[in-house]
Design a protein around this ligand. Sequence first.
Ligand code: LLP
Length: 420
Amino acid sequence: MGQGVLTQPFPRVDGRVVCGEVPLEDLADTFGTPLYVYDLAWIRRRVAAFREAFQGADPLLAYSVKANGNLSLLRELESLGCGADITSGGELFRARSAGIDPSDIVFAGVGKSEEEIAYALDEGIYAFNVESRSELARIERVAAGKGMRARFGIRVNPDVAAATPHEFTATGHSETKFGVPWEETRALYRWALERDSLDPIGIDVHIGSQIVDTGPYVRALDRVLGVVTELRQEGIPLEYLDIGGGFGISYGHGPALDLCRLAAEVVPRVMDAGLRLVLEPGRSLVGEAGVFLTRVQYVKDGGPKTFVIVDGGMSELIRPSHYGGYHAIEPAGAIGERGNVTVDVVGPICETGDFLALNRPLPEPREGELLAVRTSGAYGFSMASNYNGRLRPAEVLVDGSDVRVGRRRETYQDLIRGEA
Ligand code: LLP
């Protein structure tokens, strides 16, 4: 199946959408629906794109596990040399279970518990990205109790506004809960220097998610580098600079962030400062590499709207209803000669907000037909829930013609496991 150089994953071959060499319809027949399908070749390609763009800095690619924590997928990323950006003890457990080296793990998040801090110290992670004065004091207490030194960087809130598609995914301005106000960071490093159990080795910033312009990154970076310079003057040299993630991808319309343009701004600055660059890509490594497959149950029309009721909804893919996220949707099989109709693609959940697309032109849908919801590899399964007694779907990984189950579909027994 000669596909040449692909410009997007999941191309249509002989009329049918394929993953690697396998038609999506065949995967749905074998594994049922709803179903998540990931293309490992595309993930490898994305990792290579990051390495090439940022080659001058040889960065640590700390994959942001929250985007998709599937163990098989993490293992693949580990084999590609990636580390991990984690946000909980659970994600640390996932990363370590996948064999990711603790010295390649950074730990962000505003609410780290004592247990999580102790666990991360025991595992020997590279660094905590600290989000508040109180958290740093807690890390100091836990490390001192263990007779250990905790390596950390402060996550700076640079008070930079970045255009993100939804207010919920902006994190870099002063009215979000994230990071330490940039004016206060120096004092915190100074405080840490007087503590035997703390080892300040880095500095961190993450300004939001699905950012497609380089401007906000550069503004945030320059602010952080200003702090780095001041710290150096005070005799506090740092080792790493973590610029977080948030690198935007195209969801089928609109531009993606140009990684090479970003690297051209970031690499010289970080090299000049003599720092190790850390990147925390999530969506940009796995987003395009996933599709969500769902089957049309009913086509309900007659009123002012046509509803295409499918067997997957907000419990499996919450991005459309939670963030107004756009995902391209199309029949996975041959389209043939059909006109388009404008429909709402809705799930089976008892919520008016349960939809995958509103007012969307689609080839006239047919009951029983398989639909592919594109660009669902990030924040799809990882945000799935059992709401309405739904079973979380299976996840399948494809590599050329090789197909592996990364997670089996849940059963009714899974639903009540652990309950009295
Ligand atoms: N680093 C930190 C500290 C983060 O908080 C995040 C994402 C990332 C890295 C990775 O960002 P990415 O490269 O994936 O954009 N559920 C939302 C996105 C929430 C992002 C949360 N933090 C969505 O579906 O759009």
